[in-house]
Write a protein that binds this ligand. Structure first.
Ligand SMILES: Cc1cc2nc3c(=O)[nH]c(=O)nc-3n(C[C@H](O)[C@H](O)[C@H](O)COP(=O)(O)OP(=O)(O)OC[C@H]3O[C@@H](n4cnc5c(N)ncnc54)[C@H](O)[C@@H]3O)c2cc1C
Length: 455
C-alpha cells in the first residue's frame, strides 16, 4: 500500500481530540491526498478487519471524529474545489475543503452555499455533509441535506459508489428509505462510507443583507418576539438567533461594548435580505418595540463586512464556552452541550422546562443560545469533573424526555456521535433503529466504519 500510516505517538495524539472534550488516541493516522489513496487505505483496512473513522476538521461536539481503535482517516489533504458550474449553480469539491474557504471563493462569483454552521470557518464540507450540519440561515434555506446534489463515496470494502439525486418527478419503486441513496450518507457520521467528493447546489447572493441585534428586557419577551417574527407577514427573517443574559454578556465583551444595552436580559439576532428594494428595517423596529425593545439599543449590521462581524459575535458564544471548559478537561470535566429541538412555537415552553430541571437538581443554569427560530436552542453547561458530567447529563436526560413528548429531537444538527447514542432510543422506535442496523449491515457487514458512532 502506498499510503503511509502515521504511527508516531505525536501524530496520533494530534488527532486525538475534537470539540467534545474527550480524548481518544487512534492506532494510526492516514492522510490520503486523493480518492485512490482513500480506496487503498480502506481496502487494506478491510483486509485486516481494521476499523476506520473518517475525520474532517474535528470540530465534532459528540466525539464522532475521534477513535480509540484502528485508523483515523483525515481528509484535510483533500481540499480542492474541483469544478464550479456557474450556469447551473453547482460546485464539485473534495471533502476536506473548509466551508469558510469555499464560501469566500464563491462570493466573488455572486454565489453561496446555504448551510452556515457557526463553525464554518473551521469545519470541512465532508464533515458538514456527514453531520447534516445546519446554521442560523437554516431557518430560510434548510439544512445541508437540501443542498447536496451528488456524492462520491468509498464504501467499507473499498468500492467507489457514485450517487446522485434523481430528477424523476414520480417514483413508486420500493420503500421510501431506499429511493434516494444520497440521503443515506448525509448525516451518517462516517458509519456508511467515506465521502470523497460532493456536488453542491448553490444560491445567488441577495442584493442587500441586513442584520439586527435586538436586546430585550428578559427571556420571555425575546422568545415571544421570535415567534412573532416568524408569524409576521411584514418581515421575512433569514435567521433568528437567541442569546440569553450570559451569552449576550459574552457577545458584548467580544464586541468590546460592555455598556451596550446594559439592563437587557436577552438578545435576538435577526437577518433580512432584499433584492433591489429597501430591506424592511422600519417593520423590524416596530415589531421589536411591541416586545419592549428600545430603538436606541438595536445594532444594525449592513453589508458583507458588518454581517461577518455580527456572525463573529454569535460564534464567540460557543467558542468562549469551549475556552472556559479547557482547564477542567484533564480532570475529566467537559462542556455538556445540548442539541435538542422542538417545534418552534413550543421553544419557550421547552427552555422553561430545561431551566426548571437544572434548578431542581441545584446545578448552575447552563447558558442558552442559538437557533430559536427553528425551535433549536443550545444549552451549554461546564462540568468540572466526571461527577459533574454525570449530574448534568441526568438533568439533560430529563429535559430530553420532555422534548420528545413535545414532538422534538435529541439531536438537531451536531449528530449523535459517541456521546449521544444512549439517547437515540428516547426518540427512535426499535423498528427505526433496527432498520438503521440493517442498512449498516448491508453496507458495512464487519462494522469497520466509525465504530461507536450513532449505533
Ligand atoms: C464552536 C462550534 C460551533 C459549532 N456550530 C455548529 C453549528 O452552528 N451548526 C452545526 O451543524 N454544527 C456546529 N458545530 C459542530 C461541527 O462544527 C459540525 O458538525 C461540522 O459540520 C463538523 O465538521 P468537521 O469537518 O469538523 O467534521 P469532523 O468533526 O471531523 O467530523 C464530524 C463527523 O463527520 C464524519 N466525517 C467527516 N468527514 C467525513 C467524510 N469525508 N466522509 C464521511 N464521514 C466524514 C466524521 O466521521 C464524524 O462522524 C459547531 C462546533 C463548534 C466547536
Amino acid at each position: 500500500m502506498s499510503v503511509v500510516l502515521g504511527r508516531d505517538e505525536a501524530v496520533r495524539e494530534s488527532y486525538a481530540r475534537d470539540a467534545s472534550g474527550l480524548h481518544l488516541v487512534p492506532d494510526a493516522v492516514a492522510r490520503p491526498v486523493d480518492v485512490q489513496e482513500v480506496v487503498e487505505t480502506v481496502r487494506s483496512a478491510a483486509g485486516s478487519r481494521t476499523p476506520i473513522t473518517a475525520a474532517g476538521a474535528q470540530t465534532s461536539t459528540t466525539a464522532a471524529s475521534i477513535c480509540s481503535r484502528g485508523i483515523l482517516l483525515s481528509t484535510r489533504a483533500m481540499s480542492r474545489v474541483l469544478d464550479l458550474d456557474e450556469r447551473h449553480g453547482t460546485v464539485r469539491v473534495e471533502p476536506g475543503v473548509l466551508l469558510g474557504d469555499l464560501q469566500q471563493s464563491l462570493a466573488s462569483h455572486g454565489l453561496f452555499f446555504a448551510p452556515d454552521p457557526t463553525s464554518q470557518e473551521e469545519c470541512t464540507v465532508g464533515g458538514a455533509i456527514a453531520c447534516n450540519a445546519s446554521g442560523p440561515r437554516t431557518l430560510r434555506y434548510g439544512s445541508t441535506r437540501a443542498h447536496v446534489r451528488a456524492l462520491t463515496v468509498v464504501l467499507a470494502d473499498g468500492e467507489i459508489l457514485e450517487v446522485r439525486r434523481s430528477s424523476l418527478e414520480k417514483n413508486t419503486a420500493g420503500f421510501a428509505p431506499v429511493q434516494d441513496l444520497v440521503d443515506w450518507f448525509i448525516g451518517s457520521e462516517g458509519t456508511l462510507g467515506v465521502i470523497v467528493a460532493a456536488e453542491l447546489g448553490l444560491l445567488s447572493r441577495p442584493a442587500r443583507e441586513i442584520g439586527l441585534a435586538i436586546p430585550f428586557a428578559d427571556e420571555a419577551h425575546a422568545l415571544a418576539f421570535v415567534v412573532a417574527a416568524r408569524e409576521s407577514a411584514r418581515v421575512r427573517p433569514r435567521c433568528l438567533e437567541y442569546f440569553d443574559a450570559e451569552s449576550f454578556a459574552i457577545a458584548r465583551s467580544s464586541a468590546e461594548e460592555p455598556a451596550w444595552a446594559a439592563g437587557a436580559g436577552a438578545m435576538v439576532y435577526a437577518e433580512e435580505t432584499s433584492d433591489g428594494e429597501e430591506a424592511p428595517l422600519d417593520e423590524w423596529l416596530a415589531l421589536s418595540e411591541r416586545f419592549g425593545a428600545r430603538d436606541s439599543d438595536v445594532r444594525v449590521f449592513e453589508g458583507d463586512a458588518a454581517i461577518r462581524e455580527a456572525r463573529r459575535l454569535r460564534h464567540a458564544v460557543p467558542a468562549t464556552m469551549h475556552e472556559r471548559v479547557a482547564p477542567y478537561l484533564v480532570a475529566g470535566g467537559r462542556r455538556v452541550s445540548t442539541d435538542w429541538a422542538v417545534p418552534w412555537r413550543r421553544a419557550a415552553e421547552a427552555v422553561a422546562l430545561a431551566r426548571r430541571h437544572a434548578d431542581e437538581a441545584r446545578i448552575p443554569q447552563g447558558i442558552v443560545y442559538g437557533h430559536l427560530g427553528n425551535g433549536h436552542p443550545h444549552q451549554n453547561f461546564i462540568a468540572r469533573s466526571p461527577d459533574e458530567v454525570r449530574t448534568i447529563e441526568a438533568v439533560v436526560e430529563r429535559t430530553l424526555r420532555d422534548v420528545i413528548s413535545m414532538g422534538g429531537t435529541v439531536a438537531a444538527e451536531h449528530g449523535i456521535g459517541k456521546l449521544k447514542s444512549r439517547w437515540l432510543p428516547l426518540q427512535l422506535s426499535p423498528h427505526q433503529i433496527g432498520l438503521m442496523r440493517a442498512i449498516k449491515a448491508e453496507l458495512d457487514p464487519f462494522g469497520l466504519l466509525a465504530p461507536g458512532n450513532i449505533l
